[in-house]
Design a protein around this ligand. Structure first.
Ligand code: NAD
Ligand code: MG
Ligand code: MG
Ligand code: MG
Ligand code: MG
Length: 337
């Protein structure tokens, strides 16, 4: 049987699930698991904004250590960089023998920032979409495809548990794909760096700058290079390259096929390989851990530079007039990958 059909929430029925963190993924997982009939508590530092949100959503909220102590399965859904300390202080001393530790991204385990106790299950369910989508799809009876993995099976039930969790958040309504912590971590990092976040935004911004420096109106450049990307992405999502070709003009197709490979070329491919190598050999992870430990000076400065870019000013002004745009809740915080 393939895992999508094999998945059933039975292995988690009657078990207590502790969700640590109530942000993009945490809120979606907690709500979906509860709506699937499972017993969920939320662990957060007292007094935070998301603790208020979790209580408003009807969850019992307690400090992480307390929630861990009362749980059979603990889902670690805080930001990646706070997880090692959380593991040392609130999880390792309190998780029961034979309990399960679940991640939505394998970074800390794969690069050894967390070295889980030998007597617990270590599992992964990584939805291939932002938390808001994980919730929205669930609410309409669907789901978001998930990767899943078992790193350590101490209880003998790790696979049943990980599949049950994936079913509980709605992933088994679509597609579950088995992977390893290594594959999930390295491909997720590569995707967000080279293609989704890093690559796509750089393409948009450089296209915008090229038009503006050549004297075209920023408003026109914005529509061409950022706004219209959605149409193309939606077509790719629905039906791949073929669907995209079906809906754009022949002129656009000819331009695509002849000019695209000049913009994204063999040199770009070489840069992509370098980025992948830094992920594989741990250089990216070490750099990010050091940056975080130093208080994120470089990260904050780069982010500020992005926010001050002219495309953000013209974009904000244009979007303010787009009455047809839904409140962009799903795409603000946590639309990350
Ligand atoms: P987030 O930043 O949206 O949420 C963080 C939550 O953790 C908040 O509730 C915050 O109050 C809480 N928190 C922060 N520090 C804490 C601490 N010390 N103790 C307890 N709670 C603390 O996080 P996210 O983007 O949902 O990411 C969670 C995990 O999911 C990460 O491993 C991430 O890689 C993975 N992931 C995220 C997405 C996504 O769409 N954002 C997609 C797939 C996987
Ligand atoms: Mg960028
Ligand atoms: Mg056009
Ligand atoms: Mg991702
Ligand atoms: Mg990611």
């Amino acid at each position: 049987m393939n895992p999508t059909q094999e998945a059933s929430i039975d292995a988690l029925k009657g078990q207590r699930i502790g969700v640590l963190g109530y942000g993009s993924q945490g809120r979606a997982h907690a709500l979906n698991l509860r709506d699937s009939g499972l017993d969920v508590r939320v662990g957060l530092r007292p007094g935070g904004a998301t603790a208020t949100q979790a209580r408003a959503d009807g969850f019992a909220v307690a400090a992480p250590a307390e929630v861990v102590g009362g749980s059979d399965l603990v889902a670690v859904l805080t930001p990646d960089m706070v997880q090692p300390q959380l593991y040392r202080e609130a999880i390792a001393p309190h998780l029961r023998k034979g309990g399960a530790l679940l991640f939505a991204h394998g970074l800390n385990v794969h690069y050894g920032m967390i070295d889980p106790r030998a007597d617990i299950d270590v599992i992964l369910v990584a939805p291939k979409g932002p938390g808001a989508l994980v919730r929205r799809e669930y609410e309409r009876g669907a789901g978001v495809p998930c990767l899943f993995a078992v790193q350590q099976d101490a209880s003998g039930h790790a696979r049943a548990r990980v599949l049950a969790y994936a079913a509980g958040i709605g992933g088994a309504r679509t597609q579950l794909i088995e992977t390893s912590f290594r594959e999930e971590t390295e491909t997720d990092l590569f995707g967000e760096q080279a293609v989704l976040c890093g690559g796509a935004t750089e393409l948009v911004v450089q296209g915008f700058e090229t038009l503006v420096e050549a004297g075209y109106q920023p408003e026109v450049a914005y529509y061409e290079c950022m706004h219209e990307l959605k149409l193309i992405v939606d077509l790719l999502y629905e039906g791949g390259l073929a669907q995209m070709h079906k809906y754009v003009s022949e002129t656009a197709q000819y331009g695509d096929l002849t000019r695209g490979p000049r913009v994204i070329n063999a040199e770009t491919r070489q840069r992509m390989r370098e980025v992948l190598t830094e992920i594989q050999d741990g250089r990216f992870a070490r750099e990010w851990v050091a940056e975080y430990a130093a208080g994120n000076p470089h990260y904050k400065a780069l982010k500020q530079r992005d926010l001050e870019h002219p495309i953000e000013k013209v974009g904000a002004a244009l979007r303010a007039q787009m009455g047809w745009l839904q409140a962009p809740k799903a795409t603000v915080k946590g639309a990350a990958v």
